[in-house]
Design a protein. Structure first.
Length: 338
């Protein structure tokens, strides 16, 4: 703790860059051997967790303490295994279709990562994505998901199914200036047209650093990648930024969609968001569609697309083609009048 305090003190004086005085703050995480870990990787991961705790609390420096961490001991153990899981290909993608609310035509899929753990079985993303977010693992994890999704997109395309694939991207990746080059490299490697990739980001991701976000989204847009704002309505985005962002799609959060047929306030929010998106020239997608009545209401409100358990749960790639064939048989003539 004394060493950390000395390190912090070294940042008290501003750094001079030409005539510009730069104030720099440091967040320090501390992990000790053997209390907090038995090897280098474990100690570094737990120091990283402590460092993010220091960032969150603005405490300057924090000593790792499992009781202070929001994750259970099991999740901390999983963190130690996550890098090996990425290296060994234990992460698998499931795909959830998005359909046209009016014609039922399939418009694309969203790629959702799962961890096929050798002991614990299929682990949902909520159990390991937050861990990856708080460490350096979100970089290799996002690369893995993009790589696998684009390979699958290529395979489907070769099989006669041209399906745009959406991938969720975190704030730490979106604000990485190398990210657009990484995306371009993967598109070239798998020979997938940029228009078939949809990058989904949340409002809070954009608002974390709007200047950098707009710059990086602009580069992705110039490449032809489609851009989508996920969980719209749950964050604090400024309308001033929304009108300048080069995005193509808004996704209405499931928390509003799920109760829209029974809660008039949710219905108003959904209706207003659809109108906003359409007036800005954006596609609007409703998440969390659980029944046919909700789908009908969304169609009447002019929502372009929908996804949710009523349409299909996220399924492995091979099961999606079977679902797609059933969907095509069920809607042989989707063009009908309002």
């Amino acid at each position: 703790m004394a060493v950390a305090a000395k390190l912090q003190a070294a940042f008290d004086e501003p750094f001079m860059l030409d005539d510009l005085a730069l104030e720099v703050e440091a967040s320090i995480g501390i992990a000790l051997y053997p209390e907090h870990g038995s090897d280098f990787d474990e100690l570094l991961q737990r120091a990283d967790i402590a460092m993010y705790a220091a960032k969150d609390t603005h405490a300057g420096f924090v000593l790792f303490d499992p009781k202070q961490d929001q994750h259970s001991p099991r999740r901390l153990a999983l963190l130690g295994e996550l890098r090996r899981a990425i290296d060994r290909g234990q992460l698998v993608l499931h795909y959830q279709p998005k359909i046209d609310t009016h014609t039922n035509r399939v418009l694309g899929v969203e790629a959702l990562v799962r961890w096929q753990h050798p002991e614990h079985g299929l682990i949902p993303p909520g159990d390991f994505i937050p861990l990856a977010e708080r460490t350096g693992l979100i970089g290799p994890l996002t690369h893995y998901v993009l790589d696998a999704a684009l390979q699958q997109c290529r395979d489907w395309r070769q099989g006669g199914h041209e399906l745009p694939v959406a991938v969720n991207v975190s704030a730490r990746r979106l604000l990485d200036l190398d990210f657009p080059d990484e995306v371009a490299g993967l598109l070239t490697h798998w020979r997938v047209p940029a228009r078939l990739l949809v990058v989904e980001i949340t409002e809070s991701t954009i608002m974390a650093d709007p200047t950098h976000a707009i710059q990086i989204l602009g580069r992705l847009n110039e490449m032809g990648v489609q851009l989508s704002v996920d969980d719209f309505g749950t964050g604090y985005s400024s309308m001033a930024y929304l009108k300048t962002l080069p995005v193509h799609e808004l996704k209405v959060d499931r928390s509003f969609v799920a109760q829209m047929t029974s809660d008039s306030r949710d219905a108003v929010i959904v209706h207003s968001t659809i109108d906003l998106g359409r007036n800005l020239g954006l596609r609007v997608v409703a998440e969390g569609v659980e029944d046919s009545l909700t789908l009908q209401h969304l169609d009447l409100l002019g929502c372009h697309a929908a996804q949710g358990y009523h349409i299909s749960r996220p399924v492995p790639a091979e099961d999606l083609i079977t679902w797609l064939q059933h969907q095509q048989q069920a809607t042989p003539n989707p063009q009908h009048q309002h």
